[in-house]
Design a protein around this ligand. Structure first.
Ligand SMILES: O=C(O)CCC(=O)C(=O)O
Length: 275
């Protein structure tokens, strides 16, 4: 069932993103945060580097987020009813680190074509200007794919520090979300985020991305899960849903999927970064 109203759809089409969309209560978001902290405490290496990707394969909590009906209803409004989960990433900004995300377009490096896909950014903590929420260049999704310079800056949370230069900051809008709220953004929108200047963590769980079943991966191989509808195209290998935290089989799947993802992210790159 599609859930975005005409104003929200107009926002998405005009600006390249729509926000905020209420999904979880503060309490539910806090429970999801606890799952991250639990994994970090018990398996300290699991969510770092390349491991920040595809946590939904090893955690039933994150699996359920990806298959949440409220999120899928909103996504269906944009890409239609045949929906696959094409991958996830945790973007965690700790207060004592200088992590930032340079201006970029997802479509430049993610490899999903055609662009019948949308990225869902779920705030696990509040995201605001102080703690480095995303900033979106409204309308930039209507332009072409821009040149990106690979900077490999050590504090850049993007794989190769890919950066669109000369972004007019005055045309960008902060994507302020409360914990539990979601935003949806277009593959072509230029966006980025600054460092966390608060004394609390800023955590975003990003379904990167929800893809229509008609969407192929043109840079490599990706595993998917059926989130809604039917996959008559069968472009991708379908993966099972997680029912037990950190099961051996699921860890193997996550590692395999991340190895493939790394090949996509670093295709033709000069060197491999830390994610
Ligand atoms: O979490 C962030 O600050 C940036 C995430 C991002 O670039 C994305 O979800 O496409």
């Amino acid at each position: 069932m599609s859930s975005l109203n005409s104003k929200q759809l107009k926002d998405y089409n005009n600006n390249g993103f729509v926000a905020p969309i209420d999904v979880f209560t503060l309490e539910e978001a806090a429970e999801i945060k606890k799952e991250i902290e639990h994994i970090e405490k018990k398996w300290p290496n699991e969510l770092i580097g390349l491991g920040r990707n595809n946590v939904h394969y090893i955690s039933p909590v994150f699996d359920k987020v990806c298959h949440n009906a409220k999120i899928l209803d909103a996504v269906e409004s944009i890409i239609g009813k045949d929906i696959l989960v094409g991958g996830t990433t945790l973007f965690i900004k700790d207060p004592d680190k200088k992590g930032f995300v340079s201006w970029h377009q997802d479509a430049k490096y993610i490899g999903f074509e055609p662009y019948n896909w949308v990225t869902a950014w779920l705030a696990i903590t509040n995201a605001n200007e102080e703690n480095g929420c995303m900033r979106m260049w409204s309308g930039s999704h209507k332009e072409k794919i821009k040149d990106h310079k690979d900077t490999y800056n050590k504090n850049n949370l993007l794989t190769r520090g890919q950066t669109v230069q000369d972004v007019p900051i005055e045309k960008t809008t902060p994507n302020i979300l409360k914990a539990g709220q979601l935003s949806l953004h277009h593959p072509m929108i230029v966006h980025g985020s600054g460092p966390n200047k608060s004394n609390q963590r800023r955590i975003g769980f990003v379904i990167q991305s929800y893809i229509g079943t008609n969407v192929d991966q043109v840079l490599g191989k990706v595993f998917v899960q059926q989130a809604r509808g039917k996959d008559t195209f069968k472009y991708h290998e379908h993966a099972k849903r997680s029912v037990e935290l950190m099961s051996k089989k699921d860890i193997e799947l996550k590692n395999k999927a991340n190895k493939e993802l790394s090949k996509i992210f670093y295709k033709d790159a000069k060197k491999i970064g830390k994610f």
